[in-house]
Design a protein around this ligand. Structure first.
Ligand SMILES: Nc1ncnc2c1ncn2[C@@H]1O[C@H](COP(=O)(O)OP(=O)(O)OP(=O)(O)O)[C@@H](O)[C@H]1O
Length: 208
């Protein structure tokens, strides 16, 4: 069956009685990269959390591949990687243990070759046995990015994935995103500035 992508209709989201989005319509097709922009506090993260099924919208419907995400339960989470600001890693576990955990959740039986590949490409291969808490902020961010290489998925929702990356890593991530989209993946990402390395198919702005 052809993947129909992610869509939202008549979506209204408010936080603390402040309406962030009202009756929004959204179409994120497979093989496309969508750039979500807006000022601080506009509601980008809130929208991403709703689209990831982590935050309840006030009203509206969100469909993944033609089905309501609320009816898909864990099937949707098997297709989705949501990379949030909070990197969702266990501070006391090593890089290898954290990434193995995520890989195994997705049914990757032998994650070591993929973990080796991703960490080597990002220059943190020699730190695999270092506890996450002992890494610099940039190294921690790179560990989270490794998930994109290690876990099979069909949709990536990425909250400021390019923030504070050095030039080499920015190129690496832009190429990875383009490759994922070329292979049929759906991508939504936020950033406070345009990423010149990335060919963007759709731009969505949220206003205050
Ligand atoms: N857990 C929460 N409870 C109540 N209000 C919240 C919560 N999280 C965010 N908000 C409010 O919702 C609004 C939108 O926040 P959100 O994080 O979605 O914006 P954003 O566009 O991602 O901002 P930034 O660019 O600064 O990350 C803000 O006014 C914020 O104060």
């Amino acid at each position: 069956m052809t993947n129909k992508g992610l869509s939202a209709s008549d979506l209204t989201i408010s936080r603390a009685e402040h309406v962030l989005l009202e009756g929004a319509e959204l179409e994120l097709a497979p093989s496309t990269i969508t750039y979500l922009y807006g000022e601080n506090g506009a509601g980008k993260t809130s929208l991403m959390r709703c689209l990831s099924g982590l935050l309840q919208a006030d009203s509206g419907k969100i469909h993944w591949n033609g089905q309501l995400i609320t009816s898909l339960d864990s099937d949707y989470f098997q297709d989705l990687i949501f990379l949030a600001h909070a990197l969702s890693m266990k501070a006391e576990l090593t890089i290898f243990e954290n990434l193995s955990f995520y890989a195994r959740l997705r049914g990757v039986k032998d994650p070591k070759p993929l973990i080796d590949k991703a960490t080597t490409e990002l220059g943190i291969g020699q730190l695999q046995n270092r506890r996450f808490a002992e890494l610099s902020a940039g190294q921690q961010h790179k560990v989270a990015l490794c998930r994109l290489v290690i876990e099979p998925a069909k949709i990536w929702i990425l909250d400021e994935p390019f923030v504070n990356l050095d030039k080499g890593t920015r190129h690496w991530l832009a190429e990875l995103i383009q490759q994922f989209a070329r292979q049929g993946g759906t991508v939504l990402f936020t950033s406070h500035h345009e990423i010149e390395e990335l060919a963007i198919d759709q731009r969505i702005g949220i206003e205050h």
